[in-house]
Design a protein around this ligand. Structure first.
Ligand code: SAM
Ligand code: SF4
Length: 470
């Protein structure tokens, strides 16, 4: 159970700080520390921020007490995420009290909503910067060094940071995230993202291809194309042929058959047959889709403004399995959305039963200020009921994960080696195409991180496959 919960909330990456890199030829005269919370987009943004700061002579450190600049890249998705950030800011303030030159900044999704609270009322920070304003960081830092409080939370309709090459500070050197779009136009009623990250915009396709090609040349073997809704990717430039997501996927796939491609997240309403056929056509496009369902009940889906019904979602899952039978599927689920009845909750369980996800991120509904749900509906499912429904969802998923992983015993998969397994230096770990983690003994073969190998699965848990090289 612990293993599955660990995956559900991705506790291991929350609050992760970047390490200074070994052998970096640049000499940095100042140090920055950055901690990231929330979704993969935020982690990816921190790499853009790191790149901008490098240009200003800042090197990264993992110890905030020695930093000249301490940054928190924040998440607003749930109330709990905000509370964690607040606690961290209080810890930084204690250090800052004895180190007056140190600057503390808040980046990301909490910036707009809490800027005046953090800066003026609670006096916790010196700089507040929203997700579309990272280019202004150097100027804001200069001003803040003179003792001023600096804010830039302007959202943009154009900014994609297309020309900034992210610094892969915390990387295994094999897998990397590449942002292909920013913002979201979907207006799911529970979600703050459209307000904190602004309108959807797609990044220049050529800049995505050259970033992926560059990563491949540097030895990376897997890229994950990132966006809140990747299937609505659409880039057109001054009369040139527009590029949609299926075409982008194909262009990345053609860089090299040795470069694996993943993507996240897919909105069920936007994933097309075109995308599915492109996935089926190229061996190196991983057979894995993260397809958030949120609820299995049509009335609740309507209240959430997800724009699909229960039946439509089920048909989409069936279609995906028809075109790509070996697909790995995962999802996001929210328990206890406004006015959800017991029967409607059961509809969520039955969709999960039908879909057979390998993994799920499971949340209880947390009302977020400014969202459409906060304005329109009452958050009226009692906390204990939400908690119990979430537990039922987690328990069902635990059973489904165990089943799905057990079904793989006896199969052979191509695994991309990501590094030593956590449990021992004698074992490799890596993923199969379906995104399942595979652990296996290194044996006599002289393989390296970034190599592909065939592994036959001999046993499983609910979150890992164990096997041996064949
Ligand atoms: N764009 C993606 C999508 O539509 O699936 C993911 C966006 S969000 C960063 C990740 C997940 O957080 C959502 O899919 C949803 O399950 C969950 N989430 C968002 N707002 C929430 C809220 N107010 N309460 C609970 N969970 C929430
Ligand atoms: Fe939020 Fe919905 Fe956009 Fe995902 S698709 S980021 S849940 S508004």
């Amino acid at each position: 159970m612990a293993e599955i919960l660990h995956k559900v909330i991705e506790e291991s990456r929350q609050g992760e700080a970047y390490e200074s890199f070994v052998g970096d030829p640049n000499i940095f005269n100042k140090k920055f520390y950055i901690e990231s919370y929330g979704c993969q987009m935020n982690f990816s943004d921190s790499e853009i921020v790191a790149s901008i700061l490098h240009g200003e002579g800042f090197g990264a450190t993992r110890n905030f007490e020695e930093a000249d600049l301490v940054l928190l890249n924040t998440c607003s998705i749930r109330e709990k995420a905000e509370q964690t950030v607040r606690n961290r800011l209080q810890a930084f303030r204690k250090v800052k009290d004895n180190k007056p030159g140190m600057l503390v900044g808040v980046l990301g999704c909490m910036a707009e909503r809490l800027k005046s609270k953090f800066l003026e009322e609670e006096k916790l920070v010196d700089i507040v910067v929203g997700p579309d304003a990272y280019r202004s960081l150097p100027g804001l830092i200069n001003e803040a060094e003179t003792g001023q409080k600096m804010v830039n939370v302007l959202l943009s309709r154009e900014e994609t940071y297309a020309d900034i090459s992210p610094v892969r500070l915390d990387s295994n050197g094999v897998t990397a995230f590449v942002s292909i779009m920013r913002g979201c136009n979907n207006m799911c009623t529970f979600c703050v993202v459209p307000f904190t990250r602004g309108r959807e915009r797609s990044r220049d396709a050529d800049s995505i291809i050259s970033e992926c090609r560059d990563l491949f040349t540097r030895g990376f073997r897997e890229v994950t194309l990132l966006g809140q809704n990747v299937d609505s990717y659409h880039y057109s430039d001054n009369g040139a042929e527009p590029v949609n997501f299926a075409q982008l996927l194909e262009r990345v796939a053609l860089i090299s058959p040795l470069l694996r491609i993943r993507f996240s997240t897919s909105h069920p309403k936007d994933i097309t047959d075109d995308v599915l056929f492109t996935m089926a056509k190229y061996e190196n496009i991983c057979k894995y889709i993260h397809l958030p369902v949120q609820s299995g009940n049509t009335r609740i889906l309507q209240l959430m403004n997800r724009t699909y019904t229960r039946e439509w979602y089920i048909n989409k899952v069936n279609r995906i399995r028809e075109i790509i039978p070996e697909i790995g599927l995962s999802t996001d689920v929210i328990a206890g959305f406004c006015s959800e009845t017991e029967d409607e909750h059961k509809d969520t369980l039955s969709v999960m039963e039908h879909s057979c996800y390998d993994m799920a991120y499971m949340f209880s509904y947390s009302e977020r200020p400014g969202t459409l749900a906060e304005r329109r509906y009452k958050d009226d499912v009692p906390e204990d009921v939400k908690k119990r429904r979430l537990e039922e969802i987690i328990e069902l998923q635990r059973r489904k994960s165990v089943e799905s992983y057990k079904n793989d015993v006896g199969k052979t998969f191509t695994v991309l080696i990501e590094g030593d397994s956590k449990r021992s230096g004698e074992h490799w770990c890596g993923r199969n195409s379906q995104n399942k983690m595979v652990v296996f003994p290194k044996g006599e073969l002289k393989l390296n991180k970034g190599d592909y190998t065939e592994v036959k699965i001999t046993s499983s848990t609910g979150a890992t496959l164990l096997g041996e090289i064949v």
